[in-house]
Design a protein around this ligand. Structure first.
Ligand SMILES: C[S@@+](CC[C@H](N)C(=O)[O-])C[C@H]1O[C@@H](n2cnc3c(N)ncnc32)[C@H](O)[C@@H]1O
Ligand SMILES: Nc1nc2[nH]cc(C(=O)O)c2c(=O)[nH]1
Ligand code: SF4
Ligand SMILES: [Mg+2]
Length: 214
Protein backbone atom coordinates (compact mmCIF):
# COMPACT_ATOMS: atom_id res chain seq x y z
CA UNK A 1 0.00 0.00 0.00
CA UNK A 2 1.34 3.42 -0.94
CA UNK A 3 0.10 6.28 1.20
CA UNK A 4 -0.54 9.69 -0.38
CA UNK A 5 0.11 12.39 2.20
CA UNK A 6 -0.61 16.07 1.58
CA UNK A 7 1.34 17.38 4.58
CA UNK A 8 2.63 16.56 8.04
CA UNK A 9 3.39 18.97 10.85
CA UNK A 10 3.70 19.32 14.60
CA UNK A 11 1.17 21.63 16.24
CA UNK A 12 -1.47 21.73 18.97
CA UNK A 13 -4.82 20.09 18.34
CA UNK A 14 -7.03 23.14 17.80
CA UNK A 15 -10.46 21.57 17.98
CA UNK A 16 -12.64 19.43 20.16
CA UNK A 17 -12.19 17.73 23.51
CA UNK A 18 -8.45 17.24 22.92
CA UNK A 19 -7.84 20.91 22.05
CA UNK A 20 -4.53 22.19 23.29
CA UNK A 21 -2.77 18.85 23.05
CA UNK A 22 0.60 18.62 21.29
CA UNK A 23 0.06 16.53 18.20
CA UNK A 24 1.57 15.44 14.92
CA UNK A 25 -0.94 16.09 12.15
CA UNK A 26 -0.86 13.67 9.24
CA UNK A 27 -3.05 15.00 6.47
CA UNK A 28 -3.86 12.43 3.81
CA UNK A 29 -4.54 13.53 0.25
CA UNK A 30 -8.00 13.03 -1.25
CA UNK A 31 -11.59 12.96 -0.05
CA UNK A 32 -14.73 11.08 -1.06
CA UNK A 33 -17.06 14.09 -0.54
CA UNK A 34 -15.25 16.70 -2.66
CA UNK A 35 -12.55 16.56 -5.33
CA UNK A 36 -10.79 19.50 -3.66
CA UNK A 37 -10.99 21.56 -6.85
CA UNK A 38 -12.73 24.94 -6.53
CA UNK A 39 -14.66 24.44 -9.76
CA UNK A 40 -16.30 21.32 -8.24
CA UNK A 41 -17.19 22.83 -4.86
CA UNK A 42 -20.74 23.89 -5.83
CA UNK A 43 -21.70 20.36 -6.81
CA UNK A 44 -19.87 18.53 -4.04
CA UNK A 45 -21.57 16.75 -1.13
CA UNK A 46 -19.34 18.70 1.26
CA UNK A 47 -19.14 22.34 0.15
CA UNK A 48 -17.66 24.25 3.11
CA UNK A 49 -14.26 22.60 3.43
CA UNK A 50 -11.51 24.89 4.73
CA UNK A 51 -8.63 22.62 3.70
CA UNK A 52 -6.35 22.01 0.73
CA UNK A 53 -5.91 18.24 0.55
CA UNK A 54 -5.06 17.89 -3.14
CA UNK A 55 -1.75 16.29 -4.08
CA UNK A 56 1.29 15.42 -2.01
CA UNK A 57 3.19 18.68 -2.34
CA UNK A 58 2.77 20.17 1.15
CA UNK A 59 5.40 20.43 3.89
CA UNK A 60 6.23 16.92 5.04
CA UNK A 61 3.99 15.47 2.34
CA UNK A 62 4.80 12.87 -0.28
CA UNK A 63 4.16 9.31 -1.29
CA UNK A 64 5.18 6.78 1.31
CA UNK A 65 5.78 3.26 0.06
CA UNK A 66 5.32 1.47 3.38
CA UNK A 67 3.59 1.93 6.70
CA UNK A 68 6.97 1.85 8.45
CA UNK A 69 8.33 4.67 6.30
CA UNK A 70 5.27 6.80 7.06
CA UNK A 71 5.35 6.03 10.79
CA UNK A 72 9.07 6.85 10.96
CA UNK A 73 8.47 10.19 9.25
CA UNK A 74 5.59 10.96 11.64
CA UNK A 75 7.67 10.04 14.66
CA UNK A 76 10.45 12.37 13.50
CA UNK A 77 7.94 15.25 13.71
CA UNK A 78 7.12 14.28 17.30
CA UNK A 79 10.79 14.35 18.26
CA UNK A 80 11.45 14.32 21.99
CA UNK A 81 8.82 14.17 24.69
CA UNK A 82 6.48 11.79 26.37
CA UNK A 83 3.15 10.58 25.07
CA UNK A 84 3.44 10.74 21.29
CA UNK A 85 0.06 11.74 19.87
CA UNK A 86 -0.97 11.77 16.22
CA UNK A 87 -4.07 13.03 14.46
CA UNK A 88 -4.94 11.35 11.17
CA UNK A 89 -6.89 13.77 9.01
CA UNK A 90 -7.23 14.88 5.43
CA UNK A 91 -9.03 14.85 3.18
CA UNK A 92 -10.69 11.69 4.36
CA UNK A 93 -8.16 9.56 6.25
CA UNK A 94 -10.24 6.38 6.29
CA UNK A 95 -9.71 6.08 2.53
CA UNK A 96 -6.08 5.14 3.32
CA UNK A 97 -5.72 4.06 6.96
CA UNK A 98 -5.12 0.31 7.22
CA UNK A 99 -3.96 -2.35 9.70
CA UNK A 100 -0.31 -1.93 8.77
CA UNK A 101 -0.31 1.80 9.47
CA UNK A 102 -2.15 1.47 12.78
CA UNK A 103 0.32 -1.21 13.89
CA UNK A 104 3.33 0.82 12.76
CA UNK A 105 2.12 3.95 14.62
CA UNK A 106 1.28 2.02 17.78
CA UNK A 107 4.68 0.32 17.48
CA UNK A 108 6.29 3.76 17.85
CA UNK A 109 4.22 4.53 20.92
CA UNK A 110 1.66 6.84 19.32
CA UNK A 111 -1.83 7.33 20.67
CA UNK A 112 -3.83 7.63 17.46
CA UNK A 113 -6.69 10.05 16.88
CA UNK A 114 -8.72 10.48 13.72
CA UNK A 115 -10.78 13.25 12.16
CA UNK A 116 -13.24 11.60 9.78
CA UNK A 117 -16.48 12.38 7.96
CA UNK A 118 -17.83 9.01 9.14
CA UNK A 119 -18.80 7.65 5.72
CA UNK A 120 -16.35 4.78 6.17
CA UNK A 121 -15.98 2.67 9.33
CA UNK A 122 -13.23 3.98 11.59
CA UNK A 123 -10.42 1.47 12.03
CA UNK A 124 -11.04 -0.33 15.36
CA UNK A 125 -7.44 0.25 16.47
CA UNK A 126 -7.85 4.02 16.59
CA UNK A 127 -7.73 5.41 20.12
CA UNK A 128 -9.76 8.61 19.69
CA UNK A 129 -12.49 8.83 17.07
CA UNK A 130 -13.85 12.24 16.05
CA UNK A 131 -16.62 12.20 13.45
CA UNK A 132 -17.88 15.29 11.65
CA UNK A 133 -21.05 14.36 9.73
CA UNK A 134 -21.86 15.97 6.40
CA UNK A 135 -25.45 16.48 5.20
CA UNK A 136 -26.27 14.38 2.15
CA UNK A 137 -23.72 11.70 3.01
CA UNK A 138 -24.33 8.30 4.53
CA UNK A 139 -22.72 8.23 7.96
CA UNK A 140 -21.88 4.65 8.95
CA UNK A 141 -19.61 5.42 11.92
CA UNK A 142 -22.28 6.49 14.42
CA UNK A 143 -20.31 5.86 17.57
CA UNK A 144 -17.03 7.15 18.90
CA UNK A 145 -15.45 9.60 21.29
CA UNK A 146 -16.67 12.88 19.85
CA UNK A 147 -19.17 14.04 17.28
CA UNK A 148 -18.18 17.44 15.88
CA UNK A 149 -20.99 19.13 14.00
CA UNK A 150 -20.14 22.19 11.93
CA UNK A 151 -22.93 24.74 12.46
CA UNK A 152 -24.85 26.40 10.98
CA UNK A 153 -24.84 24.47 7.77
CA UNK A 154 -25.36 26.08 4.38
CA UNK A 155 -28.60 25.50 2.40
CA UNK A 156 -29.39 21.82 2.22
CA UNK A 157 -27.30 21.16 5.31
CA UNK A 158 -28.30 19.44 8.54
CA UNK A 159 -31.60 20.48 10.10
CA UNK A 160 -32.53 20.57 13.77
CA UNK A 161 -34.27 17.22 13.23
CA UNK A 162 -30.89 15.82 12.16
CA UNK A 163 -29.32 17.28 15.28
CA UNK A 164 -31.93 15.50 17.40
CA UNK A 165 -31.24 12.22 15.60
CA UNK A 166 -27.50 12.62 16.26
CA UNK A 167 -28.25 12.82 19.98
CA UNK A 168 -29.30 9.17 19.70
CA UNK A 169 -25.95 8.11 18.22
CA UNK A 170 -23.24 6.60 20.40
CA UNK A 171 -20.80 9.44 21.06
CA UNK A 172 -19.32 10.37 24.43
CA UNK A 173 -19.12 14.08 23.56
CA UNK A 174 -21.38 16.20 21.33
CA UNK A 175 -19.70 19.34 19.97
CA UNK A 176 -20.72 22.18 17.68
CA UNK A 177 -18.07 24.04 15.74
CA UNK A 178 -18.95 27.37 14.11
CA UNK A 179 -18.75 27.27 10.34
CA UNK A 180 -15.71 29.23 9.18
CA UNK A 181 -16.75 31.35 6.23
CA UNK A 182 -17.36 35.04 5.57
CA UNK A 183 -20.05 35.22 8.31
CA UNK A 184 -18.00 34.21 11.33
CA UNK A 185 -19.85 36.37 13.88
CA UNK A 186 -23.31 35.20 12.81
CA UNK A 187 -22.12 31.61 12.67
CA UNK A 188 -20.69 31.75 16.18
CA UNK A 189 -24.01 33.18 17.41
CA UNK A 190 -25.94 30.33 15.76
CA UNK A 191 -23.62 27.75 17.31
CA UNK A 192 -23.96 29.38 20.74
CA UNK A 193 -27.76 29.42 20.33
CA UNK A 194 -27.74 25.70 19.58
CA UNK A 195 -25.84 24.96 22.78
CA UNK A 196 -28.12 27.25 24.78
CA UNK A 197 -31.14 25.34 23.50
CA UNK A 198 -29.61 21.87 23.75
CA UNK A 199 -27.24 21.63 26.72
CA UNK A 200 -25.88 18.19 25.83
CA UNK A 201 -23.88 19.96 23.13
CA UNK A 202 -20.76 22.01 23.79
CA UNK A 203 -19.13 24.73 21.75
CA UNK A 204 -15.70 24.09 20.25
CA UNK A 205 -13.78 26.73 18.33
CA UNK A 206 -10.92 26.24 15.88
CA UNK A 207 -8.37 27.65 18.32
CA UNK A 208 -5.41 27.23 15.93
CA UNK A 209 -6.94 29.85 13.63
CA UNK A 210 -6.86 32.43 16.44
CA UNK A 211 -3.44 31.45 17.72
CA UNK A 212 -1.45 31.55 14.50
CA UNK A 213 -0.95 27.80 14.58
CA UNK A 214 -1.38 25.45 11.65
C1 LIG B 1 -10.81 19.23 6.81
S1 LIG B 1 -11.72 18.02 7.73
C2 LIG B 1 -10.78 16.52 7.44
C3 LIG B 1 -11.35 15.29 8.11
C4 LIG B 1 -12.64 14.72 7.54
N1 LIG B 1 -12.70 14.75 6.12
C5 LIG B 1 -13.84 15.42 8.14
O1 LIG B 1 -14.53 16.13 7.41
O2 LIG B 1 -14.06 15.24 9.34
C6 LIG B 1 -11.28 18.41 9.44
C7 LIG B 1 -12.36 19.09 10.27
O3 LIG B 1 -12.56 20.41 9.79
C8 LIG B 1 -13.94 20.68 9.77
N2 LIG B 1 -14.17 21.76 8.83
C9 LIG B 1 -13.95 21.76 7.51
N3 LIG B 1 -14.27 22.93 6.96
C10 LIG B 1 -14.71 23.72 7.97
C11 LIG B 1 -15.20 25.06 8.02
N4 LIG B 1 -15.30 25.81 6.93
N5 LIG B 1 -15.55 25.54 9.23
C12 LIG B 1 -15.47 24.79 10.34
N6 LIG B 1 -15.02 23.51 10.35
C13 LIG B 1 -14.65 22.99 9.17
C14 LIG B 1 -14.52 19.34 9.36
O4 LIG B 1 -15.91 19.26 9.59
C15 LIG B 1 -13.72 18.41 10.21
O5 LIG B 1 -14.26 18.33 11.51
N1 LIG C 1 -4.16 22.80 14.81
C1 LIG C 1 -5.06 22.14 14.08
N2 LIG C 1 -6.02 21.44 14.69
C2 LIG C 1 -6.89 20.74 13.90
N3 LIG C 1 -7.89 19.92 14.30
C3 LIG C 1 -8.44 19.36 13.21
C4 LIG C 1 -7.80 19.82 12.07
C5 LIG C 1 -8.02 19.25 10.73
O1 LIG C 1 -7.81 19.92 9.74
O2 LIG C 1 -8.40 18.07 10.68
C6 LIG C 1 -6.82 20.72 12.50
C7 LIG C 1 -5.80 21.52 11.86
O3 LIG C 1 -5.69 21.65 10.65
N4 LIG C 1 -4.94 22.18 12.70
S1 SF4 D 1 -15.37 15.66 4.18
FE1 SF4 D 1 -13.73 16.71 5.34
S2 SF4 D 1 -11.96 16.84 3.93
FE2 SF4 D 1 -13.74 16.18 2.73
S3 SF4 D 1 -14.42 18.07 1.84
FE3 SF4 D 1 -15.59 17.81 3.74
S4 SF4 D 1 -14.45 18.83 5.41
FE4 SF4 D 1 -13.10 18.66 3.60
MG1 LIG E 1 -8.11 22.03 9.66
Amino acid sequence: MTYAVKEMFLTLQGEGVQAGRRAVFLRFAGCNLWSGREQDRRDAVCRFCDTDFVGTDGDGGGKFATADALADAAFAFWGEGEGPYIVLTGGEPMLQVDDALIDALHGRGFTIAIESNGTLPAHPGIDWVCISPKAGSDVVQVKGNELKLVWPQPDGGHSLADVEAMEGWGFDHLLVQPLDDAHAVDNARAAIDLVMARPRWRLTVQAHKYLGLR
